[in-house]
Ligand binder design. Structure first.
Ligand code: ATP
Ligand code: MN
Length: 465
């Protein structure tokens, strides 16, 4: 008999399906009952809800029923019937049960009682079987799909940028080295430095921190592109918002200025929120009930309000006048910390905020310089509970100005000659940004720690699973 998914039975069952024979396969969430009837809650991951299996104890081998406990994997054939109980529309009256694998109640770690997120991280191999992670993983999938759909529908092209990079000019953070040199016996040059000419690529290489520079090459040929891939940062920042390996979406668009860029960012995030509300409401309802009672309200709120747009300089003014005692004091020129960003969003404006025109000193070399000679056309999108969710800018398209910044900051020209050439040959105004996928997932799920919105987090001192 062909397997039915639980989502199809719970969501698509019509009156005429009642009484038909069905087969479901999945993992036992709970079993309860008495000497005559057992109720098994079965989940197959297709939906947060379980289907109830009603077992007439007399019809089954007691040894089999004894082995069916939380975590066991079953195939069940039976009759689909209208449910007597509350909370579900249909249930299955079991005829045959095949036990694929039992899970001993003495050792299976996911018993019915609630588990802390910290504990679940230690069993990341099993946590996909919890309702929390089922919701997170289905939402991650839906958001990934929606990201591709959004850009595809708008005529942008998905560009694959390299993960291994030969330049350390991306400037977005500390990098992981990539090498095949024998670390026990590193070849040295005459002056005692590592002899990278003997390494795999004949020069130092690392894992990329951003696909942007290559993304720009694509935009200056195809018009609008986006990347969506893993990026790596070796910063030792043990925070609830940083991973060493995370996914980033980076649209880059020729002929866009910073205002177009802000409009794109706002429209894009709202599209993703709307998509989640339309396609994953069961998962969001679960998370809203179990994790964060304000989740749905917050999603709707962001969806229905314009993001506030103001300059870095205006933001500093607000922060200074707030008379708030911050851990890091603010003055014009400092990089904003998450406490500042969250003050602006959560306490001052009560809305998402887009800050623009940051001091050139605290931003990367490729951002377009403003007339004032001090600021650049950067934009950061700041969100409640998260702080920075997007960082982007209009790019400097003027060859001389870009070269000057490269030289001022000591970026090796041998690393960026190809990037500079795009400004030499047929340069064009363009802009883009990076959205951290897991920061988005924090917002969409209401979870508090970034380790809980990626299946297998990579953080300092942790690369298990
Ligand atoms: P932050 O100041 O929060 O460390 P950043 O300014 O270094 O971030 P960008 O280089 O602007 O980040 O990267 C673009 C986006 O990628 C950020 O807006 C954020 O959403 C995401 N991001 C950056 N670093 C991380 C990280 N370590 N883990 C997860 N997401 C990240
Ligand atoms: Mn940033």
């Amino acid at each position: 008999m062909k397997r039915s998914t639980i989502i199809s039975l719970l969501k698509q069952s019509q009156a005429e399906n009642l009484g038909s024979k069905v087969n479901v396969k999945g993992w036992v969430r709970t079993k309860r009952g008495n000497n005559t009837v057992n109720f098994i809650e079965l989940n197959d991951g297709t939906i947060v809800h379980n289907i109830q299996i009603v077992v007439d104890v007399d019809k089954f081998d007691p040894e089999l029923l004894k082995q069916i406990s939380t975590g066991a994997c079953l195939s069940v054939e039976g009759t689909l019937v209208a449910s007597q109980g509350k909370g579900q529309s249909v249930e299955i009256q079991a005829d045959h049960i095949l036990l694929y694998g039992s899970a001993s109640p003495d050792t299976y770690p996911l018993q019915k009682k609630g588990h802390s997120m910290e504990f679940l991280r230690e069993i990341a191999h099993l946590r996909p079987r919890t309702n929390y992670f089922g919701c997170v993983l289905r939402l991650r999938h839906a958001m990934s799909f929606a990201i591709h759909k959004y850009f595809n529908d708008k005529g942008y092209f998905y560009l694959h940028t390299p993960l291994i990079t030969g330049s350390d000019a991306e400037g977005a953070g500390a990098m992981f080295n990539v090498t095949t040199l024998n670390l026990q016996n590193v070849p040295k040059t005459e002056d005692g430095k590592v002899d990278y000419s003997l390494d795999f690529f004949g020069k130092p290489t690392s894992l990329t921190v951003s696909g942007q520079l290559e993304g720009e090459l694509g935009a200056l040929a195809l018009g609008g592109i986006y990347t969506f891939g893993p990026t790596f940062r070796a910063e030792n920042s043990n925070t609830p918002r940083h991973l060493a390996e995370f996914w980033m979406i980076e649209p880059e668009v020729a002929f866009n200025d910073i205002n177009d860029n802000m409009n794109l960012a706002e429209d894009f995030i709202k599209y993703l929120i709307r998509y989640a509300l339309e396609h994953n409401i069961d998962d969001l309802n679960f998370l809203n009930n179990m994790i964060d009672k304000e989740l749905l309200e917050r999603l709707h709120f962001v969806l229905h309000h314009d993001f506030v747009r103001l300059s870095y300089t205006e933001a500093i003014d607000i922060l200074v006048k707030s008379n708030r005692k911050f851990d890091f004091e603010v003055s014009w020129g400092v990089d904003l910390q998450s406490e500042h960003e969250r003050y602006l969003v959560e306490e001052h404006f009560h809305k998402p905020v887009i800050l623009t025109d940051y001091p050139a000193e605290i931003k990367a070399f490729y951002m377009k310089q403003n007339e004032d000679g001090k600021t650049v056309r950067a934009m950061d999108v700041l969100f409640p509970r998260i702080g920075e969710i997007i960082g982007g800018s209009e790019r400097e398209e003027n060859y001389e100005k870009l070269l000057q910044r490269v030289q001022e900051l000591g970026v090796p020209e041998k690393d960026v000659w190809w990037y500079l050439e795009t400004r030499k040959f047929g340069t064009a105004p363009h802009a883009g940004f990076g959205l951290g996928f897991e920061r988005l997932m924090l917002f969409i799920t209401g979870l508090a720690n970034i380790r809980d919105v990626i299946p297998f987090p990579r953080t300092p001192m942790n690369a298990d699973f």
